[in-house]
Design a protein around this ligand. Structure first.
Ligand code: BES
Ligand code: ZN
Ligand code: ZN
Length: 491
């Protein structure tokens, strides 16, 4: 997307179409020049409602208040409405929330996220796409804007929305074209483009590192597993970064369920089981491009869970990297096995101030909180709340789920240290989180949050600023959180 910021008024800018936001049903505002036509067409200016006046080259979009989340979805709605039309360039005025320029960032994010289409597998690509946006500094409430400040917000919005779309592309790619080695190549390309360090661990090294549970899950696949480690160290500061953050992602490039095979209907869309790992790749790309003044490590366990004579089995007992033994009772609870080893490896390699893992871990999370919300777990309420709040600020939905000692007992095993599934059908998101907690060492217990993105990572209909399919869940929430940690760390 080509973005241009100008001090010219909207009526001085040339473009195919103008997007006008109607705030709080205020059709009397001087931006609204077609009040009569809008009334005639039945436009009620409700949030995200659009009205395209073709003869005027104007698109009106309803926005309930100037809060950033509303501008974000409204801008996305504008782009969705324009899909299939011949318009290629749009112009738009500036909208801030009482001068707060974050609303501009949200608006630009909305345009880029809303314009996203996954067309790599269409023989005929949609050629009519919005490719150019001119933003006038003419502000809705006549607030005088600092071009430097707005330019920074627009720049950040572009990096973050592009990183989200980048993650969406990886998640949407079919398993035949995106397997562990491909994920590793994607990581290497990010590193090449942005200057991140990149280490790829192949099976020989994984064996040496005693990552036997990850290797067991991977065994029946013709695609060998990879563990990816990307490192961001700020280029632009002379000072040593004061904060170190570790991110770990579940990168199941396909989850058939293994020998505890998924029923046919539940296997569809399991290409999305790499959602956590793909989010980590997108976050690392954004962190590098923003050159945040903190140290960030991104680890991805890239594995395919398949069936075959070589497959790991229910009844096997596996030994994780930290020496804990795991009774396997269901090979479809594989994500936690991969994460167990990658969490141990990540903590061995880096002592961090925060440890976050991202995973499409459980169907139970979707049952508990619905399709649009991520479940945030951990032992430290403050860290959990930090994630929930930053998610909301960034335009994602997240809610905290609390651990409890009664559910913890349900993953006990009679023959090993722990069982990979619970003995109850209820509370599955929490028991999965509590399983992971066994692989978080004492030093990191209070610094860790587990983010189950099974609900929002992949949804089979468009919602808010998200399209059908992959949403890039996790990217915006974590980049926002890391930006805020950077600010604190700079003080
Ligand atoms: N990848 C799935 C979880 C999932 C389900 C993600 C639906 C996205 C949408 C995970 O590996 C899995 O299969 N979990 C099982 C756990 C069960 C066997 C304890 C589940 O949720 O059913
Ligand atoms: Zn599974
Ligand atoms: Zn899975």
């Amino acid at each position: 997307m080509n973005l241009e910021l100008t001090i010219a008024k909207t009526n001085e800018i040339k473009s195919d179409i103008e997007v006008i936001f109607v705030i709080d049903n205020n059709l009397k505002h001087h931006f609204v020049q077609d009040k009569k036509l809008l009334k005639k067409s039945g436009f009620s200016s409700s949030q995200d409602e659009t009205c395209l006046l073709v003869s005027k080259n104007r698109l009106y979009v309803g926005v309930s208040t100037l809060e950033s989340k509303n501008l974000r979805t409204a801008a996305a709605s504008a782009c969705k409405t324009l899909l299939g039309t011949k318009y290629k360039s749009i112009k738009v005025a500036s909208y801030t929330n009482k001068g707060c320029t974050y609303a501009m960032r949200a608006m630009v994010e909305g345009f880029i996220l809303g314009a996203y289409r996954f067309e790599n597998y269409k023989s005929k690509k949609n050629e009519s796409k919005i490719t150019h946006i001119s933003i006038s500094l003419e502000e809705y409430n006549n607030v005088t804007l600092d071009i430097e400040k707005i330019s920074q917000q627009v720049h950040k919005a572009q990096i973050i929305a592009d990183a989200t779309n980048f993650t969406r592309d990886i998640v949407n790619t079919p398993p035949e074209d995106c397997y562990p080695d491909v994920m590793a190549s994607i990581a290497e390309n990010i590193a090449k483009d942005t200057g991140l360090d990149c280490h790829i661990l192949k099976p020989k090294k994984l064996k040496k590192e005693k990552m036997e549970t990850l290797l067991a899950v991977a065994r029946a696949s013709r695609h060998a597993p990879r563990v990816i480690h990307l490192v961001h160290k700020p280029k632009n500061t002379k000072q040593k970064p004061t904060k170190v953050v570790t991110l770990v992602g579940k990168g199941l490039t396909y989850d058939s369920g293994g020998l505890s095979l998924k029923p046919a209907d539940f296997m569809v869309n399991m290409k999305s089981d790499k959602g956590g790992g793909s989010a980590v790749l997108g976050i690392m790309k954004a962190v590098a491009e923003l050159d945040l003044p903190i140290e960030v490590h991104g680890f991805v366990g890239a594995v395919e869970n398949m069936i075959g004579g070589d497959a790991y089995k229910p009844d096997d007992v596996l030994v994780a990297k930290n020496g804990k033994t795991i009774e396997i009772r269901n090979t479809d609870a594989e994500g936690r096995l991969v994460l167990a080893d990658v969490l141990c490896y990540a903590q061995q390699e880096v002592k961090s101030d925060y440890l976050f893992d991202f995973a499409t871990l459980t169907g139970a999370s979707v049952v508990a909180v619905g399709h649009y919300t991520s479940s945030i777990m951990g032992h430290n309420k403050e860290v959990q709340n930090l994630v929930v709040n930053e998610a909301h600020h960034a335009g994602e939905l997240a809610t905290a789920l609390d651990f409890n000692p009664y559910l913890k007992k349900t993953i006990k095993s009679e023959i090993a240290d722990i069982c990979n599934i619970s003995n109850t059908r209820y509370g599955g998101a929490i028991t999965a989180g509590q399983f992971l907690s066994e692989f978080v060492d004492k030093k990191h217990t209070e610094k860790w949050a587990h983010i189950d993105i099974a609900g929002p990572a992949f949804v089979e209909h468009a919602w808010g600023e998200n399209p059908h399919g992959a949403s890039g869940a996790g990217v915006r929430m974590m980049v926002k959180l890391l930006e805020n940690l950077s600010k604190k760390s700079a003080k």
